[in-house]
Design a protein around this ligand. Structure first.
Ligand SMILES: Nc1ncnc2c1ncn2[C@@H]1O[C@H](COP(=O)(O)OP(=O)(O)OP(=O)(O)O)[C@@H](O)[C@H]1O
Ligand SMILES: [Mg+2]
Length: 218
């Protein structure tokens, strides 16, 4: 399956979720994973480099691609891997659009506090456009950096659930220090020196939810 993390808004957790999902699929599901860094910032590649230095290997393959190459290369590479996970970057780029034309599943992270209907509309429009060439593209919104409590999660969930282009996957991830701490040392939250059980449970729940969606026939 090809899963693309997409959002035209920056800093919502695309790279964090993409790298954690990549490691989760390798460690917990025994999958052969290719991580595609389609963001010119190269954050996922930096993560992989730190990881390789620390562990001696990444556990997954990684390639950095931009523009139309995201489509052309991924179409060929997908045959060699069980899962391809694309980190599509935080702007409306040719790479992001190309990713949407090859993905089975687009995952759109939202943060409840910075929730912004305009962003949802913009991403939904990109997904609608991609479905012209990729009609079986599934798309789900997930809440990342959920508050521990308060009305914002609920408000965000309600707006997300009403969008016709993007389904709402109710498997939120809380705002947890384990994520930035692990990002900085090239590890997933599964591998943290000090484990955060909630972060692990939320990551595995998200991974399960995505896997069951992707298992649906196209
Ligand atoms: N669930 C979380 N809890 C706490 N911090 C998080 C969580 N998810 C992401 N972060 C932190 O938020 C910041 C932005 O995350 P990340 O870089 O993954 O976002 P992004 O969408 O890939 O950004 P960009 O658009 O710049 O590529 C990072 O410092 C990351 O460690
Ligand atoms: Mg990123």
């Amino acid at each position: 399956m090809i899963i693309a993390f997409v959002q035209t808004k920056g800093g919502v957790g695309k790279t964090t979720l993409a790298v954690n999902l990549a490691v989760q699929r390798v460690l917990r599901a025994g999958r052969d994973v290719l991580l595609v860094d389609a963001d010119e910032q190269g954050t996922a590649s930096d993560f992989a480099a730190i990881r390789a230095e620390r562990l001696g290997h990444t556990g997954f393959a990684i390639v950095q691609l931009t523009g139309a190459a995201v489509r052309n290369q991924v179409l060929g590479l997908a045959k060699k891997f069980d899962d391809v996970i694309i980190d599509a970057g935080g702007r409306d780029t040719a790479g992001l659009r190309a990713a949407l034309t090859v993905a089975d599943l687009a995952v759109v992270p939202f943060q409840p506090r910075s929730f912004d209907v305009w962003t949802l509309g913009k991403v939904a429009a990109l997904i609608g456009e991609a479905r012209v060439t990729n009609p079986s593209l599934q798309a789900v919104a997930v809440i990342n950096c959920a508050d521990a409590q308060g009305p914002d999660n609920q408000a965000a969930a309600q707006v997300l659930a009403e969008n016709p282009e993007i389904a709402f996957l109710d498997r939120p991830l809380g705002r947890r220090k384990a994520f930035p701490n692990c990002n900085a040392i090239g590890l997933s939250v599964l591998e943290a020196p000090t484990k955060d059980a909630k972060a692990i449970q939320e990551l595995c729940s998200l991974a399960e939810g995505l896997a069951s969606l992707a298992a649906k026939p196209r």
